[in-house]
Design a protein around this ligand. Structure first.
Ligand code: HEM
Length: 466
């Protein structure tokens, strides 16, 4: 008994000394430099009353690449340094969990993979990544082409269209393809309609008041759930083994033989639709603007794409997978557009424990934001960073300095699909269409991703045969 007591005492002593050591270490560490602003509101007003990039840039110049602030009541650490971003997203990802406002989590569905970490996340990610892989998508080039062609039909109606809105229809249809491969038209129509309503209210003020954008979004989500439940019942009855995301989610069994619930399947489908649509549409809208505004660049892209078009008998034969892998200039234009626009300008994480980084303390519960855009616009990594210059991608980039699709275990599994659909779209656009931007307004609008003002109003016309 006596010996046992001694062991217990020794154990408790060791525990207390460990805790003391930890708290002493914590006290010796400094928080990163920066201003926490006013009590409670912090620097929220400063962030929202100006271009967010100006806010981040001025602080980076003042305090360096790691600085603190308080936004919307939350203490944050901003990281504008590639190694620090890698520390948070890759090497110490277990110490930083993804974090989203509850109102957004409820709209997309709490089982969507990007809200999770650990085992469930890894399982869902494997399924999503597998069904978005190039092995699957290399067989879908003709389907993406036909979606692009029908988008052009609805864009070239002889009147000015909102380019961004039109491109959202294109990118949503490609996302639907990636999830279901083929879907009955009536389901597709209802899915599109309700998804657009959900999307409209996603960034609005969350309230339960009837008639508000947010409430309409919530209702549309309910209808989406019903439609997806019916599709799931249909597919289960048909018992067909499908090589797409829905098929993978339906066939999933974990090591104990557990299958996924319908809610888990539905939330992940809505999540992928959401992650795929606005992101790709905003980058593509910017590409159309950049190449419209630079006739020399447009001409060079036309030369590259015309050669392929002619090989395909003036577009009478479909694009091949190999041809999509051989569009070097168009590919560089896409990469440079991703860099300049950096539409996802930062990732959002929360420290799950006190973390020490380079002598600084990142306290548990603080938000941590790796600032992709600041890294993409740092002249040490990209000379003359404001200039749109696709040739900079003729050579490789320094590691961890180019992260338009994020990094680590939450990095975008749809990145190759996004690039492929953009390549196919541009191929048809420059070969068969002319477009004139009609807006006199220049500048950026936040929707919430940055897009050209008013969604780039433009007139698309079919080119007469040359
Ligand atoms: C140009 C278009 C796109 C950009 C710039 C983009 C960017 C990103 C970024 C930066 C992340 C990581 C966010 C974080 O770490 O918190 C992400 C995650 C994700 N993206 Fe994309 N994305 C694009 C298109 C797509 C497409 C087309 C799909 C699907 C077909 C997709 C599906 C996803 C999913 C499911 C996640 C969550 C992954 C996870 O949490 O494990 N994205 N995307």
């Amino acid at each position: 008994m006596g010996v046992f007591l001694v062991y217990v005492l020794l154990f408790l002593l060791a525990l207390v000394s460990l805790m003391l050591l930890k708290s002493q270490k914590r006290e010796n560490l400094n928080l990163p430099p920066g201003s926490m602003g006013w009590p409670l509101v912090g620097e929220t007003l400063q962030l929202y009353s100006q271009n967010p990039y100006v806010f981040f840039n001025t602080r980076q110049r003042r305090y360096g690449e790691i600085f603190k602030s308080r936004i919307l009541g939350c203490p944050c650490v901003m990281l504008a340094n590639p190694e620090a971003a890698r520390f948070v997203l890759v090497t110490h990802a277990d110490l930083f969990k993804p974090t989203y406002p509850l109102s957004k989590e409820l709209l997309l569905g709490p089982w969507a993979l990007f809200f999770h970490q650990g085992r469930y996340h890894a399982q869902m990610r494997k399924l999503v990544q597998g069904s978005l892989s190039l092995d699957v998508f290399r067989n879908l080039v003709p389907e993406i082409e036909s979606i692009a062609k029908s988008s052009f039909e609805s864009m070239s109606v002889g009147q000015v269209v909102n380019t961004f809105h039109e491109l959202k229809k294109f990118t949503l249809d490609v996302a639907i393809l990636s999830i279901f491969t083929h879907l009955d038209t009536c389901y597709k129509e209802r899915l599109r309609k309700n998804f657009f309503t959900l999307d409209k209210g996603y960034n609005s003020f969350s309230t339960n008041l009837p008639g508000t954008l947010y409430k309409r979004s919530v209702l549309a989500r309910g209808r989406l759930r019903q439609i997806l439940s019916k599709i799931i019942i249909d597919r289960k009855e048909k018992r067909s083994v499908q090589k797409n995301l829905l098929g993978s989610l339906l066939n999933f069994k974990d090591e104990n033989g557990e299958i996924l619930t319908d809610d888990q399947i539905i939330d992940n489908i809505i999540g992928v639709l959401f992650a795929a649509q606005d992101t790709t549409a905003s980058v593509l809208t910017w590409i159309l603007k950049y190449i419209h505004d630079d006739p020399k660049l447009l001409e060079a892209i036309k030369v590259e794409q015309k050669a392929i078009y002619e090989l395909n008998d003036g577009g009478n034969r479909p694009l091949t997978w190999a041809q999509t892998r051989n569009m070097p200039l168009t590919h560089r234009v896409i990469l440079e557009s991703l860099r300049v626009t950096s539409i996802i300008s930062f990732a959002f994480r929360e420290a799950v424990d006190d973390v020490e980084y380079k002598g600084y303390l990142i306290p548990k519960g603080w938000k941590v934001l790796p600032l992709f855009r600041n890294i993409h616009h740092n002249p040490d990594f990209f000379s003359d960073p404001q200039k749109f210059d696709p040739s900079r991608f003729e050579v490789g980039q320094k590691p961890n300095t180019f992260m338009p699709f994020g990094n680590g275990e939450h990095a975008c599994p749809g990145n190759e699909v996004a690039k492929l659909e953009m390549l196919i779209f541009i191929h048809h656009l420059v070969n068969k269409f002319r477009w004139e931007v009609v807006s006199s307004k220049s500048g950026v609008q936040y929707d919430p991703f940055p897009i050209p003002q008013q969604g780039l109003p433009a007139n698309f016309r079919k080119q007469s045969c040359s």
